[in-house]
Design a protein around this ligand. Structure first.
Ligand code: DOR
Ligand code: ZN
Length: 423
């Protein structure tokens, strides 16, 4: 059996409260041993001096556009981008063409990802057939085919009756129901309703569009006992709503997109269409509330909402497709928050690995002996620029394009196999 020995790194495993200088031995596809000093002559050595060794990151929200829109991304380019960002498990959204609303499409995603073997790509199935919001998908057969969650992401589930049924089923299936919370009747415009929309004279979508559906879903989770996962939370009031219903014992988890932690609506003035995303970039007060919620543990995990689009689909703010790529920029953004003192490095790793893994109930996000050897090794200080040379995605729609970023993935290991190496 092939053995790898990661030596001399700072090992952080929040699942076991480990944070210190440890060696880690991999045998085959599993973690064999974690100890202060390991000697194993048969193992290939990976030198991690000066680097951080952590569980491979888990992203509950990526768009790989496969099947149907593979000019933006596909399962291969998406997997390469994921592992370059330190992710070894991702949940891909079902707003593909066709959508992931049949077991056949789910199996296609699973089989294609397994065939490349770079990253664990787990599909989310749609909540409703065709993402039309009218008729529930067949959750049983979709779960059987490998779906680990359900969402109509890109669109909200507007019908409270359907959402209630979905949550009731989630109790039986033990699978989270995720919702893109933005009420269609309020969220008609392009960007946040505020100073920038007024200045530019661009149509807008107010924060209450998000808050009303967030509140509705928390209430439905409270009554049904179902597990709701609120996707890409962006508002200060949304934090209060979630805190309130968590305190009442409702089964609620939520995620934040790193871009919503560093950019306000003003970024639209600099980056134009590349700063357009749904839900939109909001105000400084919202951003501060999200950071506080992260540090207090109200927000459960970081999810990139990696949403690739081609250059011709971006352009002007008012006509641009919403979405920002994010798999390779998440770590630098989060390390910046660590630097700012918002989070400890250990908390950051927990929000990017153990916590999201727990939400979907997969064996990941831990460096425990016997666990799959899914590992990221990163240099928290290394500076680099996201450019044609370093980008693995087919798309480049991010305000961070061409910017100097701090913190780089040096090596990613999935199931004991090195799947990404810096340079
Ligand atoms: O900005 C977004 N882009 N928000 C979504 O919910 C969907 C996503 C996409 O698919 O591009
Ligand atoms: Zn969404």
């Amino acid at each position: 059996m092939i053995k790898h020995l990661i030596k001399g790194g700072t090992l952080i495993d929040p699942s076991r409260g480990i944070n210190g200088s440890y060696d880690l031995l991999i045998e085959g596809d599993r973690i064999k041993r974690v100890d202060e000093e390991i000697f194993e002559p048969e193992a290939e050595i990976i030198d991690a001096k000066g680097l951080v060794v952590a569980p491979g990151f888990v992203d509950l929200h990526v768009h790989f556009r496969d099947p149907g829109q593979t000019y933006k991304e596909d399962i291969l380019s998406g997997s390469k981008t994921a592992v370059a960002g330190g992710y070894t498990t991702v949940v891909c959204m079902p707003n593909t063409n066709p959508p992931i609303d049949t077991p056949q499409t789910a199996q296609y995603v699973v089989a294609k990802a397994n065939c490349y073997g770079l990253c664990r790509v787990l599909p989310a199935g749609t909540i409703t057939k065709g993402r039309k919001g009218v008729e529930l998908s067949d959750f049983y057969s979709l779960k059987e085919a490998g779906c680990v969650a359900f969402t109509d992401d890109g669109s909200p589930v507007m019908d409270a009756g359907i959402m209630r049924k979905a949550l009731e089923l989630s109790v039986q299936l033990k699978v989270p129901i995720m919702n893109h919370c933005e009420d269609d009747n309020l969220a008609r415009g392009a960007i946040n309703e505020g100073e920038v929309s007024a200045l530019l004279g661009i149509s807008s979508r107010p924060p209450e569009a998000e808050d009303v559906l967030n509140a509705r879903d928390c209430i439905l989770a409270y009554y049904t006992g179902g597990h709701v996962h609120i996707q890409h939370l962006t508002t200060a009031l949304g934090v209060d709503i979630i805190r309130h219903f968590k305190e009442k014992g409702a089964k609620i988890t939520c995620e934040v997109n790193p871009n919503h932690l560093i950019f306000t609506e003003e970024e639209l003035l600099r980056s134009g269409g590349n700063a357009r995303v749904n839900p939109p970039l909001r105000r400084k007060e919202d951003l501060e509330a999200l950071k506080k919620a992260l540090s207090e543990g109200i927000i459960d995990c970081v999810a990139t909402d990696h949403a690739p689009h081609a250059p011709f689909e971006k352009g002007r703010v008012d006509s641009a497709m919403p979405g920002i790529i994010g798999l390779q920029t998440a770590l630098p953004i989060m390390l910046n928050l660590v630097e700012e003192g918002v989070l400890s490095l250990e908390d950051m790793v927990r929000l990017m690995s153990a916590n999201p893994a727990r939400i979907i109930g997969v064996e990941a996000g831990t460096l425990e002996e016997g666990a799959p050897a899914d590992i990221v090794i990163f240099d928290p200080k290394k500076e680099w620029v996201l450019s044609e040379e370093t980008n693995f995605s087919k798309s480049k729609n991010t305000p961070l394009w061409g910017k100097v970023l701090r913190g780089k993935v040096i090596c990613t290991i999935k199931g004991g196999k090195v799947v990404h190496k810096d340079n």
